[in-house]
Design a protein around this ligand. Structure first.
Ligand SMILES: *Cc1c(COP(=O)(O)O)cnc(C)c1O
Length: 239
């Protein structure tokens, strides 16, 4: 194995151990939690190695970086998740490679995603990104909609041609009442998911938890964790 492959294999094994331990502690089956490796800022060659090591889900947050990377890896059996704030002028490009957009947070974005999904003859899975630190404008610092905006967006996605409502996503807030209380934040997301599933029973995905807090997310009931640093290493400041 190359040095990089050895390094990534070792990191992946550690993350796998953490997920397995967190599942055991929570009385959950390992199969209930899907690992998504966040490959932002890292090259297509790393994505290729991850695929060889068995990774099936990768995530990116900037279309400019993701589009060429996804094109370079088009032969690999990967599902690409888009997890960044998404401008409507990037939607056509993102729909070209993403199977799931986890950062759906406004009506205009739903309209644009639906139009491009239909045009591309693709079905795009959508997660509503929830901002648990939303300000008075009902939006989060880093994207996301306030909890009281979920239902309306979910109905829009549910009715939109080319889109499939898969569930909810959040990033643990750095400000507000949940700052420093990841477990409580993820617990709140689970409650919101339970509410959502009353009207949208197939929206079962709960995407929460990153390198630093995946245990808390698994404990709360997350179905998907998004792990970057713990697999690929510390990113240069961007990203
Ligand atoms: C970068 C990123 C992650 C991964 O974060 P790490 O701390 O590197 O594991 C997860 N989710 C989103 C939305 C991200 O932008």
């Amino acid at each position: 194995m190359t040095d990089r492959k050895t390094e990534l294999a070792k990191n992946l094994a550690k993350v796998e151990e953490r997920i397995t331990a967190a599942c055991a502690a929570a009385g959950r089956e390992r199969a209930e939690v899907t690992l998504i490796v966040v490959t932002k800022t890292y090259p297509a060659s790393d994505v290729r190695i991850l695929s060889e090591l068995g990774v099936r889900h990768v995530a990116e947050n900037r279309d400019q970086d993701a589009a060429p990377k996804a094109a370079a890896c088009a032969d690999l059996p990967l599902t690409w998740h888009f997890v960044g704030q998404l401008q409507t002028n990037k939607v056509r490009s993102v729909v070209g490679y993403a199977g799931v957009v986890q950062s759906v947070d406004r009506a205009r974005l739903v309209t644009a995603l639906s139009r491009e999904a239909v045009r591309a003859e693709r079905e795009i899975g959508c997660l509503i990104q929830v901002a648990l630190d939303a300000g008075v404008n009902g939006r989060g610092e880093r994207g996301g909609v306030a909890p009281d905006g979920i239902e309306e967006l979910a109905d829009l996605v549910g009715d939109a041609p080319g889109l499939r409502l898969d569930g909810l996503m959040t990033v643990a807030p750095l400000t507000g009442e949940y700052a420093g209380h990841e477990q409580a934040a993820f617990g709140r997301l689970m409650d919101l998911s339970t509410d959502l599933r009353r009207t949208h029973p197939t929206a079962t995905m709960v995407s929460a938890g990153m390198s630093a807090d995946l245990e808390q997310a698994v404990a709360a009931g997350a179905t998907h964790v998004r792990v970057g640093t713990a697999v690929l290493g510390v990113r240069p400041k961007l990203g």
